[in-house]
Design a protein around this ligand. Structure first.
Ligand code: GTQ
Ligand code: FE2
Length: 334
């Protein structure tokens, strides 16, 4: 290998593969990591004290996975960012839209803070799951008296890598025609019409999934063999995920019994919605309490257990993306 060779390659806009370092995500030393609510909650108060909504368009704290420190990566997990947003009474966040698929899971809220998604107002009550699919207009407002806090998750790193994101500031335009409110409210009952369908999108026509409905399902569904119960937030028109970019579930693990161990190359982040429990992740064990958020590293055997009666984990994953591209690898232990 002469320098003349390298000069020639350079001049011809080629490079030698055998001289390039193998930069593979599989090499990242991923570890479980938990952001305790005991630290996050006070930080949100500080964020409110330090910023006003005139210079912070959105008051958002980005969860940074320590495994990415010193690398070009950022965010909670490889393909999805997980952020915490706080909105105070009287504040609002202007409308905009982006190709990033976003979701909110409400941590503190009594329904007086509202996010409006393509014209549909979604009151944010603690425990609710709200969809903000790509290119839907969204804005937040707050008429109540207490701070509102929610988790935001977006397929940001993936779309950044693919350069597929676009951004448009409000005022909103090109808005889809309004849908009849509650038209899709009944499980298994969907409107049929002779006029063009009022919803022919790749995501669910339901934008708000209340916690009360999830609890009702848990109370009526049979438990799995390991004693756990799990629901998926689905698109009632297609049966699949509410939105493919970030696929969401709620797990109620059993007390005194681990869920069946599972390992995968998909990424997952969990929020402890109610109660407390433990998660075994490879050789580590995490203890979680209400509102803690933790990231599950890929390729580790994982199982969960409740240590209180009402324990529930909200789970978000990029599994559906991997599945659709035939990249998914997953195993369940017997
Ligand atoms: O509320 O629209 O955490 O656009 C990151 C990007 C929240 C939002 C985030 C966003 C939003
Ligand atoms: Fe947004």
């Amino acid at each position: 290998m002469t320098d003349a060779f390298h000069t020639a390659m350079d001049g011809a806009s080629v490079s030698a593969l055998w001289e390039r370092p193998n930069a593979d995500a599989a090499q990242i030393d991923e570890k479980p990591y938990l952001w305790p609510w005991a630290e996050l909650g006070p930080l949100l108060d500080t964020a409110v004290a330090e910023t006003d909504m005139d210079n912070a368009e959105r008051r958002v704290l980005v969860l940074e996975n320590p495994a990415y420190k010193g690398s070009a990566r950022s965010g909670a997990t490889l393909n999805m960012v997980v952020n915490l947003q706080v909105l105070m009474p009287g504040e609002s966040a202007r409308p905009h839209r982006h190709r990033l698929n976003a979701l909110r899971f409400i941590i503190e809220g009594d329904g007086t803070a509202v996010t409006t998604v393509d014209g549909i107002p979604c009151p944010m009550v603690a425990g609710d799951f709200v969809l903000t699919p790509g290119w839907c207009w969204h804005e937040h407002s707050h008429e109540g008296s207490k701070r509102a806090v929610w988790l935001d998750a977006l397929d940001a790193q993936l779309q950044r890598h693919l350069c597929t994101n676009e951004f448009e500031p409000g005022p909103s335009n090109d808005m889809p025609p309004p849908r009849a409110e509650n038209a899709y409210a009944g499980a298994g009952i969907t409107p049929v019409s002779t006029v063009p369908p009022d919803h022919d999108k790749p995501y669910s026509p339901i934008f708000r999934y209340p916690l009360a409905k999830v609890i009702e399902a848990f109370e009526n569904m049979p438990a799995d063999a390991d004693g756990s119960r799990r629901i998926r937030y689905t698109n009632p028109l297609a049966g699949g995920p509410a939105m493919p970019g970030v696929d969401c579930y709620m797990l109620a693990p059993a007390r005194k019994n681990d869920t069946r161990a599972y390992r995968t190359n998909a990424n997952m982040v969990c929020l402890a919605v109610e109660g407390e429990g433990t998660s075994k992740i490879g050789d580590d064990t995490l203890q979680w309490h209400k509102n803690d958020i933790f990231v599950l590293p890929r390729h580790h055997w994982i199982s969960h257990r409740a240590t209180s009666e009402d324990a529930k984990l909200f789970q978000l994953t990029d599994r559906e993306i991997l599945l659709r591209l035939d990249y998914l690898r997953e195993e369940l232990r017997d």
